[in-house]
Design a protein around this ligand. Structure first.
Ligand SMILES: NC(=O)c1ccc[n+]([C@@H]2O[C@H](COP(=O)([O-])OP(=O)(O)OC[C@H]3O[C@@H](n4cnc5c(N)ncnc54)[C@H](OP(=O)(O)O)[C@@H]3O)[C@@H](O)[C@H]2O)c1
Length: 304
């Protein structure tokens, strides 16, 4: 099976590419810059100029669209927000227009599009968001809503569309877990804000396995929360990491106002959180390898 991954050079794209190779599939990536030394096929695109190498789609069964400007890099000023939104919307449109030109019997059959639990916006701590909930308020919710609307257009081409509302992906190589672990390792870690905000997370391996599940279960479509069944609060997560890597926690919580000052609007990502349901994914037959944070973090941080 040939699979085209956009954003394949990113944290999740690299994990997914390796996972698919290990499972005897044929991933290839599309990137803004290609690298001749890579061991898989790479195709170039330029979203601003509306260009993509047409050979990228040859014999492709599934397109997995992950590309987009990183939400955690740089302060969310007007320019950055525009880049976060337009890199996702315009790249999805470019993929759509390119796939539309392919004869219907040679088109990819499935379009899997990244989205995020940010879709639900901010709720009270007790509400557990499910896939049929309305999109919430706030910048990220609007980004996800508009991104998913663009993804839905692939259904008009007769393709199966899956939108993956991913929570915080735990990975020892980068992303949120890595950023949280570093200060704890150097004895400077503490919970953020009240520490009561829920962190809806997923181990990178479960994230890859869930995507594999969607690829092989052709009856599945629509949106799915990619989060483990057991969320943790920020304070519990901080304590878990500290215990697992054997470091004491001695500092008070980082005050919310300080994070708001330092990060601006982006502070909502770390200071606000609520619960998401993984039931739809489990009802679709997916079984988590890492349902609980303790097992996931131990696996990632003390893996030999
Ligand atoms: N990591 C998480 O915890 C998490 C959680 C929820 C949702 N997600 C979503 O999942 C997707 C993948 O996440 P990730 O952590 O792997 O992201 P990442 O490491 O930032 O990688 C994203 C990739 O997108 C491409 N890209 C970056 N800026 C771009 C731009 N302006 N225009 C077009 N392409 C651009 C880059 O590929 P090239 O340089 O090769 O073009 C980059 O490698 C993202 O859309 C992210 O929002 C991630």
């Amino acid at each position: 099976m040939h699979i085209l991954i956009t954003g394949g050079t990113g944290l999740l794209g690299k994990r997914l590419t390796s996972y698919l190779l290990e499972h005897a599939m044929h991933p290839r990536i599309v990137s803004r810059s290609t690298n001749d030394s890579a061991d898989i096929s790479q195709y170039e695109w330029n979203v601003d100029e509306g260009r993509i190498d047409p050979d990228a789609f040859t014999e492709v069964d599934t397109v997995i669209h992950l590309a987009g400007a990183n939400i955690a890099e740089g302060r969310w000023n007007t320019k950055r927000k525009e880049e976060i939104l337009s890199s996702r919307i315009r790249s999805t449109r470019l993929l759509f227009e390119s796939v539309k030109k392919i004869n219907s019997n040679e088109r990819p059959k499935t379009f899997i599009c990244a989205s995020a639990t940010g879709y639900y916006g901010i709720h009270d701590f007790e509400h557990e968001s499910r896939e049929d909930d309305q999109a919430g308020e706030g910048f990220l919710a609007q980004v996800c809503l508009q991104w998913e609307k663009e993804a839905d257009r692939f259904a008009t081409l007769g393709m199966r569309v899956i939108k993956i509302r991913t929570g915080v992906v735990f990975d020892e190589k980068g992303g949120a877990l890595h950023k949280m672990t570093q200060p704890i390792r150097y004895l400077m870690g503490s919970p953020l804000g009240s520490g009561k905000q829920s962190v809806c997370w997923i181990h990178w391996e479960d994230w890859c396995r869930a995507i594999h599940h969607f690829m092989t279960h052709k009856g599945l479509s629509g949106s799915y929360n990619l989060v483990a069944p057991e969320p943790v609060t920020n304070a519990k997560l901080t304590r878990l990491i500290a215990r697992i890597i054997k470091r004491p926690l001695w500092l008070p919580n980082v005050p919310g106002f300080m994070l708001k000052f330092l990060l601006g609007e982006m502070s909502t990502v770390v200071l606000e959180g609520h619960k998401m349901s993984s039931k739809k994914l489990e009802d679709a037959g997916y079984q988590f390898n890492f349902p609980a944070a303790e097992k996931a973090i131990s696996d990632l941080l003390i893996r030999p």
